[in-house]
Design a protein around this ligand. Structure first.
Ligand SMILES: NC(=O)C1=CN([C@@H]2O[C@H](COP(=O)(O)OP(=O)(O)OC[C@H]3O[C@@H](n4cnc5c(N)ncnc54)[C@H](OP(=O)(O)O)[C@@H]3O)[C@@H](O)[C@H]2O)[C@@H](O)CC1
Ligand SMILES: Nc1ncnc2c1ncn2[C@@H]1O[C@H](COP(=O)(O)OP(=O)(O)O)[C@@H](O)[C@H]1O
Ligand SMILES: [K+]
Length: 509
């Protein structure tokens, strides 16, 4: 798992070490320079004669970059420092000069921004040390002008964070130089994992500078090994009911495909059984695709409610809203015939329109940004889809506060917010952005919740971990189904058994 701590937590961890005279900046700068040297070797084959620009702002972030520049200059790299503020880290600047680095002071020559940007763009590597965890708001002044003028040309290593991102919330309030690599110190920061800033981070390298971070991380990212470690493997004593039955309310005559996709994914993820609840015509289509599915009513260990179901009751809903409501009542433990006590539920697509005002944490709502906006508006928030896309963490947290449910907000980076925990998963290729991919996720998650049904109801934070795990499996299956080109949703469901097998094989490795 990758864990990210807030700026306040990182500063608190730094404080005693700095007071004790531990040379944190030396450690950070040396690790940064070592990484840049490795990148230069990989990209140019030789270090000597290569060219690096160091963009340095007023604070310690600029200090890190300048000290790293000094190390590079001593290795034969032609280093140019570009200063964007009339203040600069004195020690860093002196070290760079002593090592033979050149200095361009943009604060003293603001008219040169465009020319300097053009020169910097031609360098082998640009180190972005404009601002780090001390950033407040959008990048300002000369730093903003320089970043805007640089555009998307150069190969960039961000120092600690891409300058100007919302370090704690992952927002992108203004211009940010997109990084190819980010070298971050002490611990990952939330904004490096959260969208939309996560898209500007490139490869993330976390450098140990000796900080001890206690307390829960602000944001976590599960890795495949985390999911492998908790995957329920059936034993001799297991049978289909112990493995978990998924109740599926999905699809209508108008949208039968969603039912097929969710059912296929649930079966392929290893459900003990999938019970399909829906109109006969759709049930026939589901059975034609997956004869393992059962249509008789009975007890379930999790519900998946809503894929391919319209948001309002009308002739086209084929009775699915009533079945969905009954499923949700059963998941709350209110309908004894369909479960023994409460069980987890995945509420997707049309199901989001009839989920009650307040939910238990074992209900996982799986909206995309547009659907989350609708959920929030129902709770009185004046919010637009663009607001959700600009600040996914803020709005997913708000939806969790308002509904009590665990929220899985879908996107290129999927954000999951549960009781006291937040995950940000970036596991899927962009080819997964295709109709039906969400139905497949709902099926995968339904089976994973059914396999740990009682535990999930017991532990308010576990639904979020399982939901994040489902995003991992979904993303890995999409990678597996990705031929290097288009990915079809049903192919993702078909790729799940191989994905799980690979996860399990990695347990022993
Ligand atoms: N302490 C240590 O030894 C260690 C520190 N470490 C390193 O230090 C970094 C933190 O350093 P820091 O605290 O000096 O803050 P930093 O990120 O450089 O920014 C502050 C400066 O930026 C400016 N500024 C702010 N917002 C701005 C904006 N929007 N647009 C433009 N400018 C803006 C602000 O200016 P002001 O607002 O005062 O005008 C201020 O001068 C951290 O990320 C890590 O790299 C590591 O090496 C570990 C050891
Ligand atoms: N650019 C992207 N990169 C990776 N995954 C994506 C991207 N865009 C969307 N996804 C994923 O694809 C799925 C789309 O789900 P959804 O929007 O509900 O589609 P549908 O309703 O058609 O099934 C989600 O799991 C989402 O996280
Ligand atoms: K930076």
């Amino acid at each position: 798992m990758i864990s990210a701590w807030s700026v306040a937590d990182v500063r608190a961890a730094e404080e005693p070490l700095l007071a004790a005279g531990v040379p944190l900046m030396d450690r950070a700068a040396f690790a940064l320079a070592t990484q840049v040297l490795a990148d230069l070797r990989a990209r140019r084959r030789s270090v000597r004669g290569s060219r690096v620009s160091v963009l340095a702002g007023a604070g310690n972030n600029g200090g890190d970059a300048l000290f790293a520049g000094a190390v590079l200059a001593r290795r034969g790299v032609a280093v140019r420092a570009v200063l964007t503020s009339d203040r600069v880290h004195d020690g860093g600047l002196a070290a760079l000069r002593a090592a033979g680095g050149r200095v361009v002071d943009l604060a003293a020559a603001p008219e040169r921004v465009r020319d300097v940007a053009a020169e910097v763009s031609r360098d082998d590597v640009v180190l972005d040390g404009l601002v780090g965890i001390g950033a407040s708001g959008a990048l300002r002044g000369r730093a903003a002008e320089l970043v805007t003028a640089l555009g998307e040309g150069p190969w960039v290593v961000a120092v600690d964070t891409p300058s100007g991102i919302g370090v704690d919330d992952g927002t992108v309030p203004g211009p940010v130089l997109a990084a190819d690599r980010t070298v971050t110190f002490g611990a990952a920061k939330p904004g490096l994992l959260l969208p939309p800033a996560a898209h500007l981070v490139g490869d993330l390298t976390v450098v140990d500078i000796g900080l001890t971070l206690t307390g829960p991380p602000a944001v976590r990212r599960l890795e495949p090994s985390d999911v492998a470690g908790t995957w329920p493997v059936p034993g001799a004593e297991d049978h289909k009911y112990t493995r978990g039955v998924v109740g599926l309310v999905a699809g209508t005559a108008t949208f039968p495909g969603a039912a097929v996709l969710a059912a296929s994914a649930a079966v392929r993820t290893g459900a003990g059984m999938v019970r399909y609840r829906g109109p006969d015509a759709v049930a026939r289509t589901v059975l034609a695709a997956r004869p393992e599915v059962v249509t008789a009513p009975g007890r379930v260990q999790s519900w998946v409610i809503g894929p391919g179901v319209p948001p309002t009751a009308d002739d086209a809903d084929d009775g699915q809203l009533d079945r969905g409501r009954a499923g949700l009542a059963a998941a709350r433990g209110e309908l004894a015939g369909l479960s023994r006590g409460p069980v987890p539920a995945v509420v997707d697509a049309g199901g989001l329109s009839f989920v009650a005002e307040s939910c238990p944490p074992w209900f996982v709502l799986t909206p995309h940004a547009g659907e989350l906006r609708t959920v929030l508006r129902r709770h009185g928030e004046d919010v637009h889809r663009a607001d959700v896309e600009a600040a996914p963490l803020t709005w997913a947290r708000r939806a969790h506060e308002l509904t009590g449910a665990t929220i899985l907000l879908k996107g290129a980076v999927t954000v999951v917010v549960g009781d006291g925990v937040t995950y940000a998963q970036a596991d899927a290729p962009a080819w997964l952005s295709t109709a039906g991919a969400g139905d497949v996720l709902a099926g995968i998650l339904g089976t994973m919740l059914a396999g740990r049904s009682a535990e999930v109801v017991e532990d308010p934070a576990l639904a979020a971990e399982v939901a994040a795990g489902a995003a991992v499996v979904h993303g890995l299956a999409a990678e597996r189904a990705d031929p290097g080109g288009p990915v079809a949703a049903l192919d993702v469901a078909e790729a799940v058994p191989g994905t799980v097998a690979e996860l399990l094989a990695s347990r022993g490795a």
